[in-house]
Design a protein around this ligand. Structure first.
Ligand code: T4K
Length: 374
């Protein structure tokens, strides 16, 4: 029997006939983009679901991040993490801002607040931490530090859809947060994203910025961009929301299955569960420890050869890409924790459509690879 590939993720696609009524409505009213009905409905539905005051929808997470940084007046240098998807740094660089890299803390794999102070210069304007894999940053320490220095904080919360800590949504932290609704995310709109703000004035400004800066037909008050989410994306988002709780529950069960069946394996260490009230299980990262019988890349090769399409999010580090190598903080010696994590991490397949046999296949492949050599 041949077995197809098990990808690291697959987009959730509800039955097509559930999407058709939305399409019919779009076809009937002829409104496909520029703040249509579904756009407004999804903003309201997401604000309610996420427990946040203001949601501005975007065409994707990268444009949401670029707009958020600009809205906060970020310029000069912004302190950020090397352990993220490259879009985090690209959003800065594309906007003419120099990313300054600081190492991550080994428990949460997020920006280490102890190291931020030493990276500050007169050019620093903001901090851009990432809730990587949905694991919360040390938000209180970052807030205190930013307040002390008068910095803005924009959270790259691309991975943090629906994550809540004891005080509520993780998205309440910082001046702004951004989400990604890319097809690879637990909640997606094919492509998409959002900026989460805390007051109506900021939301209005962000909404203007994503629509060329238009206030009305004849007035443009600032340099804007076209970063709007269209009606097909928004309609799909409304449909996806109807399925999200069941999908997150299934993800949680898969995570628990892996944790249980991989627990006794020498050389493999799942990340400790995050200290949150609600999690989204968007990723399932494990670390191949230094004492493992084979190294991470050997295990990666064996699993991929068997169709278990694990990924090395986030390897290489952003600082290893040529356009970031010379930036402040980018030297390997300054980033020991990020270097070690990028060298050891593997993300296992996790998405609601995985069935029990698929999960057993993932576990068995890893177990065989790691124990065959001991
Ligand atoms: N900040 C952070 C921290 C981020 O992680 C991201 C994006 C952003 C900002 C920017 O947000 P966006 O502008 O993207 O909204 C993926 C995604 O493209 C990217 O959104 C995501 N982070 C990043 C972590 O992962 P790739 O290059 O790994 O995706 P790809 O095409 O290899 O897909 C992974 C697997 O998913 C495939 O092997 C199979 C499956 N897949 C994928 C697609 C696109 C499907 O089954 N169907 C599909 O349509 O970047």
């Amino acid at each position: 029997m041949t077995m197809g590939p098990l990808f690291v993720t697959r987009p959730l696609l509800p039955p097509l006939d559930e999407f058709l009524p939305y399409l019919e409505e779009i076809w009937n009213n002829g409104w496909v983009t520029n703040a249509g009905t579904f756009h407004h409905q999804l903003e309201a539905a997401l604000a309610k679901y996420l427990g946040v005051p203001q949601v501005s929808l975007f065409a994707n997470g990268t444009l949401a991040l670029m707009t958020a940084l600009r809205a906060m007046g970020a310029s000069g240098e912004v302190i950020t993490t090397p352990y993220s998807f490259v879009a985090t740094a690209h959003a800065l660089k594309w906007s003419g801002i120099d990313p300054v890299f600081v190492d991550i803390d080994p428990d949460t794999l997020t920006l280490d607040p102890d190291l931020i102070e030493a990276a500050i210069t007169p050019r620093t304007s903001a901090i851009l931490p990432v809730h990587v894999y949905g694991y919360p940053c040390q938000t209180e320490r970052i807030r205190a530090l930013a307040e002390r220095h008068g910095f803005k904080v924009v959270y790259d919360a691309a991975h943090a859809f629906g994550v809540r800590d004891s005080g509520g949504s993780l998205l309440r932290h910082g001046d702004l947060s951004i989400l990604s609704f890319h097809a690879t995310k637990p909640f997606h709109t094919f492509e998409g994203g959002a900026v989460i703000s805390h007051d109506p004035d900021t939301k209005r400004r962000i909404d203007r910025m994503k629509n060329f800066g238009f206030v009305n037909e004849t007035t443009v008050t600032e340099v804007g961009i076209n970063a709007k989410m269209n009606e097909l994306q928004a309609a799909f988002g409304l449909l996806h929301l109807r399925h999200i709780d069941a999908a997150l529950e299934r993800r949680s069960a898969i995570d628990a299955f892996y944790r249980m069946h991989l627990a006794d394996l020498p050389g493999l260490q799942p990340l400790p569960p995050p200290r949150v009230e609600t999690f989204n299980f968007g990723y399932c990262p494990v670390l191949v420890t230094e004492d493992a019988p084979i190294d991470r890349d050997t295990l990666f090769g064996i699993l991929r050869a068997q169709g278990v399409m694990v990924r090395r999010y986030f390897y290489p580090l952003i600082t290893e890409f040529p356009m970031y190598r010379e930036h402040r903080g980018a030297s390997a010696a300054a980033l020991p924790v990020a270097q070690r994590t990028a060298r050891n991490v593997l993300c296992l397949p996790i998405y609601p459509q995985l069935n029990e046999n698929d999960c057993v296949r993932v576990v068995d492949s890893i177990r065989t690879a790691l124990t065959a050599r001991t």
